[in-house]
Design a protein around this ligand. Sequence first.
Ligand SMILES: NC(=O)c1ccc[n+]([C@@H]2O[C@H](COP(=O)([O-])OP(=O)(O)OC[C@H]3O[C@@H](n4cnc5c(N)ncnc54)[C@H](OP(=O)(O)O)[C@@H]3O)[C@@H](O)[C@H]2O)c1
Length: 337
Amino acid sequence: MPTADPSGVRWAVLGTGRISESFVPDLQQAEPGSVVSVWGRTADKTAAFAERHGLAHSSAELDEVLARDDVDAVYVATPVATHAPLAIRALEAGKHVLVEKPFAFSTEEGRTVFEAARRNDRFAMEAMWMKFNPLHVELRERVLAGLIGEPRSVRGGFGMPFPAGGSRWSAELGGSTVLDQGIYPITLADWMLGPAQAVTATGSVLDGVDVSAQISLDHGDGRGSQSACSVLEFCDPSAAISGTAGWIEIPAMFWAGDTAELHAGSPEALFRTPDRLVREREGNGYVPMIRAVNGAIAEGLREHPSHDAAATLRIAGTMDEVRSQIHSRGVPARSPR
Ligand SMILES: NC(=O)c1ccc[n+]([C@@H]2O[C@H](COP(=O)([O-])OP(=O)(O)OC[C@H]3O[C@@H](n4cnc5c(N)ncnc54)[C@H](OP(=O)(O)O)[C@@H]3O)[C@@H](O)[C@H]2O)c1
């Protein structure tokens, strides 16, 4: 049973891939907290990961990691299809969970994870770090304060030709550009405009994996968002939030940005020299989210109000519908291999 350790939340990491390499230093930087253990499928590789990051323990046996009394919480950083089963195992073992985006492969699967969290009285959250990034948090506050008048539309893209191979291209492992890249502009739109009420999407599919998508969401009252994502081609990886009194541009890579241009206020700022808002990233960008999660767990919260189960499942529902439309009427894509 995890306890509120005075030295903070004690983490175990599941998966030793690229994202774990950049996430673990941030877990170690986000005081108070520590990383004590890592699980991976092969003992040698996992031991080498532990050594690189100065972790006391590693194992290729998941049960061994989950049975440890000095592990309070687990960070799940494996392919999408494994998120829900791994998170549920960790929750049933009494650990809190922070699960990489997307939280699960579908709304239905995501719901089973939050149910397991409730059953076991543990914290669960999708690692949607953009919603904790200082730049984006301040932009949201300024939008709410009326900087651009009434927000009316959002546009965002995340597309680039990714190298072929790996889980991103595997239907079996949950590959999906909508779930992997599209989740960022869709989440930005939900955050700035509120829930999507209707979805129109087109795109392309390769070996059962959606590999490109053009997404139009109706947020009600004539407000809308346009999102594009792809693992085949570039989709301008910037974003903009526009309203009745101005607009905000977040240049590439918008989901990880530290700078925005505020086109609002004077005619000069609107059209010629927008104000620049700069908010430095901490570590690799994950520190503010991890600090918030450590704090929420220490307080005994079971969700984080900045990105709770309702938001995660609502966005998952939108992505379910986007994917359903693309898989039923999208075009076959040409293989980049
Ligand atoms: N927040 C961000 O900035 C960010 C960036 C990139 C990716 N992500 C997310 O992070 C997650 C992982 O992405 P990734 O690109 O790192 O994936 P990946 O490289 O395909 O997989 C990550 C690790 O999962 C383990 N793994 C692979 N196949 C597995 C299987 N069948 N069962 C259990 N474990 C398996 C492997 O570690 P072992 O060899 O140790 O088992 C692998 O190194 C995804 O959900 C992705 O969307 C987030």
